[in-house]
Each structure stands twice: as C-alpha cells, then as structure tokens.
Design a protein around this ligand. Structure first.
Ligand SMILES: NC(=O)c1ccc[n+]([C@@H]2O[C@H](COP(=O)([O-])OP(=O)(O)OC[C@H]3O[C@@H](n4cnc5c(N)ncnc54)[C@H](O)[C@@H]3O)[C@@H](O)[C@H]2O)c1
Length: 349
C-alpha cells in the first residue's frame, strides 16, 4: 500500500456525510477535520465522525495534517474553494458539478497545475459495476458502429426539497436545475460512453415548482462527434419518479442500464460472460427510491471507489481518471443545453 493520506471534508451537509463514510472505508485515508461555514453543523459532524469541526476555511486549509480536501458545498462555490485549496498546496476532489461556470473551472485547473497539486471531480455513477461493464464493452468495440445513445432521468423533487436548501434552484449557486444538479450524472455517463458531443438542440421549462429560478423539465437532441445521434431528458417534475436509463446502441449490440442494473444486454457476437452478466444484473426495477429522494437507497460505495481511484493516481504520480478537464465535459454540455433552450438554436459545447 502507498502513503496514508489525511483528509478534510468541506461542507457538513447531506453529501458531506457520504464523503466521511467513504473516507472511513479506505485503508489509506483518515478523516482529520471537517469545515462548514455553519459552525454548529461542523461541530456536530466532527463529534459524529471523530474529527475536528471547524468553520474558518483558511485555518482549516492551513492544517499540516490534511493532504486532500473534498468539496461538498453548494455547486457555485466549488471552483473558488478548489483554488483556495491549491493555494495551500492541498489536493482537491470536488463534488459534481465541478463548478457551474467554465471560466472558473479553467482557473481552478490552472491553479492546481501551478501548485503541482491534483484536482479531481466526483462522478460516483461511473464506479458502478454495470457502468464499468458498459465502458469495457464500448472499448472492445462490441456495439459495432455506435448509432444512438439515450440518457433519461425521470425524477421528482417536491417543493420542500428546494425550499429547505436556500441555494437549490438558484442560478447563482445551483447553476441550473434538473440537468445541472440531478441529471449531470446521466449526462456524464452518456458522454463517457458515446464520446464527445458535437452539438445540442434543447428545450427547457419550469412546470411543477414555484420559487425556483431554474428548469425542472428539459430535453435535448444530440449529435456526437462520431456521427451518432442521441437524446437526453432530465426532470424533477415527474411524480413519483422512476429509474434512470442510460442506453447505448450500435449496429452490433444494445445495452441499457436501469439505475444500477441492466434491463437489456445483447450483442450479435455473444460471449460466455454475457449470460453471467444478465443473470447477475438484469432487473427491471418496479420502484426507484432515489428518484424522489436524493439520499434514499444511496451508499458511499461510489464515492469510496472514486476517492480510491484518485489516491491510486496520486500514488502513481498520474492524473486521476476524473481530472478537472474530464469533470468539465458534462458541465460544458449542460451549459450548451441551456443556451440552446434560450436561443432556440443548436449549440456546440
Ligand atoms: N455525487 C452525488 O451523488 C451528490 C448527491 C447530492 C449532492 N451532491 C453535490 O454536493 C454538493 C452539496 O450538496 P448537499 O445536498 O450536500 O448540500 P447541503 O445544503 O446539504 O450541504 C452543503 C453544506 O455546505 C455548507 N457551506 C456552504 N458554503 C460553504 C463554504 N463556502 N464553506 C464551507 N461550507 C459551506 C453549508 O453550510 C451546508 O452545510 C452540491 O454541489 C451537490 O450537487 C452530489
């Protein structure tokens, strides 16, 4: 095993708790402190996790026992915090979206490059065993010519969800709605599997909520650089919400995920492991608890594997799988969707 890393979590809210649990599960990581601007929350979180609770970010970043910080604050604060971390020589793993503005993301990437520290993003969905199998099938060319990709997140969030966190549903801190907050995992999976997006044409609307500035319903038609076409639709307006779908198709195969399982896995050239994959993962979920509640049914496994892959890259002196430029891609696609919905024109991400 390589070096043991001291971790600090910034943001003691809903997802910060999953960061602490993920760090606890890693043999080469130790949580030493949490920082939240709400000092009461930081203290409670620190007591619960057996680490220091702090509310002063500069003092937290100055700690010598922290090597890596994870950022679990509202989305519009991510890049500024990542830049502050670089200034203090800390490696930084930032929640999705890595930030909501491309210029800020680029500044954070540059700050870490200058400091010689490593900056990574979080897309825990990529670490699902089924997502890994799908990526391997793409890399092996099992789909033939890739022709179509579908990403569909038909979710529900009630008004209370938006009212509770003052930052949610705002352009300034959430950076968008059903796409930028909830749908970004699905967008990232689709672009990771299908390759770069060349253009998007989109519509967006706010149909089921009051007191939010952003979209709760949006759909986009995509053209990939490969020539393949695709469709993405994400909502928080479809009660009760059901499973997320990512479907990849080509001239020689189709595979489709329903949440963390598959509901279709078939290739012209069947291999012995295909039957095993179907037996293990083929399920058509009748209920999808996470579709209406951000933390229901969620485990820390994806974050743990995301952090483990970041630390393995640090040990090897390499850039992590989800580095700054990689985490930026889904944000660029979503911002292009918003611009297309505003202008009615196709937009290149
Ligand atoms: N990867 C996932 O599956 C996943 C799931 C949910 C949320 N998220 C992301 O995690 C982030 C946080 O979401 P959440 O639901 O946990 O929010 P939350 O409101 O529950 O928690 C955010 C916390 O950050 C604190 N905070 C705000 N600004 C701060 C600052 N400048 N310095 C220190 N602390 C600060 C707040 O006091 C709050 O306690 C968002 O970017 C969201 O998109 C990711």
């Amino acid at each position: 095993m390589g070096k043991a890393y001291g971790f600090g979590v910034i943001g003691a809210g809903m997802i910060g708790a999953f960061h602490a649990e993920a760090i606890k599960q890693l043999p080469n990581a130790k949580l030493v402190a949490v920082c939240d601007q709400a000092s009461g929350l930081a203290d409670q979180f620190g007591q619960r996790c057996g680490c220091a609770g702090m509310s002063d970010l500069e003092a937290f970043l100055a700690r010598k026992d922290i090597d890596v910080v994870t950022v679990a604050t509202p989305s519009g604060t991510h890049a500024d915090i990542a830049i502050a971390a670089a200034r203090h020589g800390k490696h930084c793993i930032t929640e999705k979206p890595i930030d909501i503005r491309l210029g800020k993301i680029d500044a954070a990437i540059e700050a870490h490059a200058k400091a010689g520290t490593c900056m990574g993003g979080i897309f825990n969905g990529r670490f699902l065993p089924t997502a890994r199998l799908l990526k391997k099938a793409v890399e092996e060319g099992r789909f033939g010519r890739m022709t179509f990709g579908l990403a569909y997140g038909p979710w529900w969030r009630d008004q209370e969800y938006y009212d509770k966190g003052g930052w949610r549903g705002t352009w300034k801190l959430d950076g968008g709605g059903a796409f930028m907050n909830q749908g970004i995992h699905t967008v990232d999976l689709l672009q990771w599997l299908m390759g770069p997006v060349k253009s998007v044409k989109a519509n967006a609307a706010t149909l089921a909520h009051e007191r939010i500035e952003v979209e709760d319903t949006a759909a986009a038609v995509l053209e990939f650089a490969s020539g393949a076409l695709g469709v993405m639709a994400c909502t928080t307006s479809m009660w009760p919400g059901h499973f997320r779908t990512v479907e990849i198709s080509g001239t020689a195969g189709t595979a489709a995920m329903a949440d963390q399982n598959f509901f279709f896995w078939q290739f012209r050239e069947e291999r012995p492991q295909d039957q095993e994959i179907r037996e293990k993962y083929l399920q058509f979920p009748a209920v999808s608890v996470g579709a209406a509640n951000p933390s229901a049914g969620m485990t820390a496994d994806g974050h743990r594997d995301n952090f483990a892959s970041f630390l393995a890259a640090l040990d090897a002196g390499k850039s992590p799988e989800i580095d700054g430029p990689e985490a930026r891609k889904a944000v660029a696609i979503i911002l292009a969707i918003y611009e297309s919905a505003r202008t009615g024109k196709p937009v290149e991400p």
